[in-house]
Design a binder for this molecule. Structure first.
Ligand code: NIG
Ligand code: FE
Length: 421
C-alpha cells in the first residue's frame, strides 16, 4: 500500500482544483485546472503532489524519493480524476431486452410499468436471486464501470420492495464496496415502485417503508441517501415528501427522481427539502430550475436514459445558464438505461444537451463528488485527496467528446493502485 506512484509527462492533466468547497455552478463549470506537461505523485493511496514535470522532479529530490517508485509515462495522454457516477441502480438480477422490443413497437415506458412490467419485473427477478447471484451479476457491472474510468458509483436499492429483499440488495451493495476496487455509495430507494402485494394501497406500503424498513436500514448503516421515484402513477409529491422527511429523521440525505416523465413539481420539492440532488429533470419547469438554483440543489442529468427511452433530454443549457450545478450519471438500470459507459453519457451530454466538453468533465468529477457528498476526498486531483486517477489515450480533453462511443481509457488507478492497464 505504501508504494509511490509517479505519473509524469501528461500532455494535459486536469486537476479540477478550486478554492471553493461548493459544487461548480454556471460559468465555473468551465474551469478544469488544466496543467500542461503535468505530473502527479501518490503515496499510501493519497495524492501527495500535483504540478508540472519540473516541479515534480524537485519535489521528488527534496523528499528523497528515488526508489520503490512506480513511474508511469503519460506522454501524449490526458490525466483526469477518477470519474464518479452519482446515480445508478447497480444491484439487480436479470435483464429486460423484451421491453426494448415493446417500446420499438410503440409502448411507452410508463405503460409497461403500469401493466406490471418494468421495475416490477426486475423486482421479481431480484427477489428470486440469492445474495451470491446478485453480487456476481453486479460485480460484473462494476468491472465494466472501472474499465470505463469510473472509480466511484452510487447504487440504489428499489428492486426488493419488501423488508428482506431491500435489505438483501443493500447488503450486496455494502459487500461490493468492501470487496471491489470501485467505491459504492448506497442509497435506500424502497420508494421505487409500489409492489404488487400493495397494489391500490400505496399508503400501506409507505407505512412499511417508514415504520419497518427505514429503522432497519439506519440501524445496519446500509445507506447514506434516501431516494423516491416522484412521478405521476408512482409516488405523489405529498408521499415523496413524507418518505424523504422520514429518511432525514433517520439520517439519510434526500435525493429525488424528479420530473422524468411529466412536469410534476419534483424540482420544486427538491428545493423545498434542500435535497442533495434532483435527478432526471427532463420536464422540470422554469420555476423548479430557479428554485433549485436558489437552494443549491445539484441537477444530476441522465442523457443516456433520454437516449434509450427515445425522448428529449433535460434542458442542461438552461440549467447551467440559470446558475445550477450539473452532474452527469449513467442511471445504469435494466429498463431505462442498461449501460455502464459514463463515457458515452458524456458524449451524449455534449452532443444532445449542448454542454461544453469542460462542463461535461466537471459534471463527472467534482460535481458528481458533491452529488454523493464525497467532495472532501474525491472528484479532483489535489494533495490530500484519494489517489483515484484515469489516464486516457487522448492528447487533449476535447478528444473525449469528439471520438465518441469508444473507450479511450488507458490506465485506471484506484487509491494509489493500478487496477486497469
Ligand atoms: O431512473 N425512473 C425510475 N427508475 C429508473 C428505471 C428503473 C427501471 O426501469 O428498472 C430510472 O430511470
Ligand atoms: Fe434512476
Amino acid at each position: 500500500m505504501n508504494q509511490i506512484v509517479y505519473i509524469k509527462h501528461a500532455t494535459q492533466l486536469l486537476s479540477l482544483s478550486s478554492q471553493s468547497k461548493e459544487p461548480r455552478s454556471g460559468p465555473s463549470m468551465n474551469d478544469l485546472g488544466l496543467i500542461e506537461n503535468g505530473s502527479l505523485v501518490a503515496e499510501g493511496g493519497v495524492i501527495t503532489f500535483v504540478g508540472t514535470d519540473e516541479e515534480a522532479v524537485q519535489y521528488l529530490d527534496q523528499h528523497g524519493k528515488k526508489e520503490d517508485i512506480l513511474t508511469i509515462d503519460a506522454s501524449g495522454k490526458l490525466v483526469t480524476p477518477g470519474l464518479i457516477d452519482p446515480h445508478t441502480h447497480l444491484v439487480y438480477a436479470g435483464s429486460r431486452e423484451n421491453e426494448l422490443e415493446m417500446r420499438l413497437k410503440g409502448a411507452t415506458y410508463i405503460e409497461i410499468h403500469k401493466q406490471g412490467g418494468g421495475i416490477l419485473s426486475t423486482t421479481t427477478e431480484t427477489r428470486k436471486a440469492s445474495e451470491k447471484t446478485l453480487f456476481d451479476q453486479s460485480a460484473k457491472r462494476l468491472d465494466q464501470f472501472l474499465k470505463h474510468g469510473v472509480t466511484t458509483v452510487e447504487a440504489k436499492s428499489g428492486y426488493g420492495l419488501n423488508v428482506d429483499d431491500e435489505l438483501k440488495q443493500l447488503r450486496v451493495a455494502k459487500q461490493l464496496n468492501e470487496r471491489h476496487p470501485v467505491d459504492v455509495v448506497s442509497t435506500f430507494m424502497g420508494a421505487h415502485a409500489v409492489p404488487v402485494e400493495y397494489k391500490g394501497d400505496s399508503e400501506g406500503y409507505i407505512d412499511l417503508l417508514i415504520q419497518e424498513l427505514l429503522p432497519r436500514v439506519a440501524e445496519e448503516k446500509l445507506a447514506e441517501f434516501c431516494d423516491v421515484f416522484c412521478e405521476d402513477g408512482v409516488f405523489t409529491l405529498e408521499q415523496s415528501e413524507k418518505i424523504l422527511n422520514a429518511g432525514i429523521k433517520f439520517g439519510l440525505k434526500p435525493k429525488i427522481h424528479a420530473d422524468e416523465i411529466e412536469a410534476f413539481g419534483g424540482a420544486e420539492l427538491a428545493a423545498k427539502l434542500e435535497a442533495v440532488s434532483a435527478d432526471h429533470l427532463l420536464k422540470a419547469s422554469d420555476q423548479g430550475i430557479q428554485d433549485m438554483a436558489n437552494k443549491e440543489v445539484i441537477a444530476t442529468l441522465l442523457p443516456g436514459t433520454a437516449f434509450f427511452l427515445m425522448t428529449t433530454p433535460a434542458r442542461a443549457r438552461k440549467m447551467i445558464d440559470s446558475g445550477l450545478a450539473v452532474a452527469l450519471a449513467t442511471d445504469c438500470n435494466p429498463g431505462s438505461s442498461p449501460t455502464e459507459s459514463l463515457l458515452l453519457v458524456m458524449n451524449l451530454a455534449c452532443l444532445t444537451m449542448g454542454m461544453t466538453p469542460e462542463e461535461v468533465i466537471t459534471a463527472c468529477t467534482i460535481n458528481a463528488a458533491h452529488a454523493v457528498d464525497k467532495a472532501d476526498t474525491i472528484g479532483s486531483l489535489e494533495v490530500g485527496k484519494q489517489a483515484d486517477v484515469v489516464i486516457f489515450d487522448a492528447k487533449n480533453y476535447q478528444i473525449l467528446q469528439y471520438n465518441y462511443g469508444v473507450n479511450l481509457v488507458h490506465t485506471v488507478i484506484k487509491k494509489g493502485q493500478v487496477v486497469v492497464q
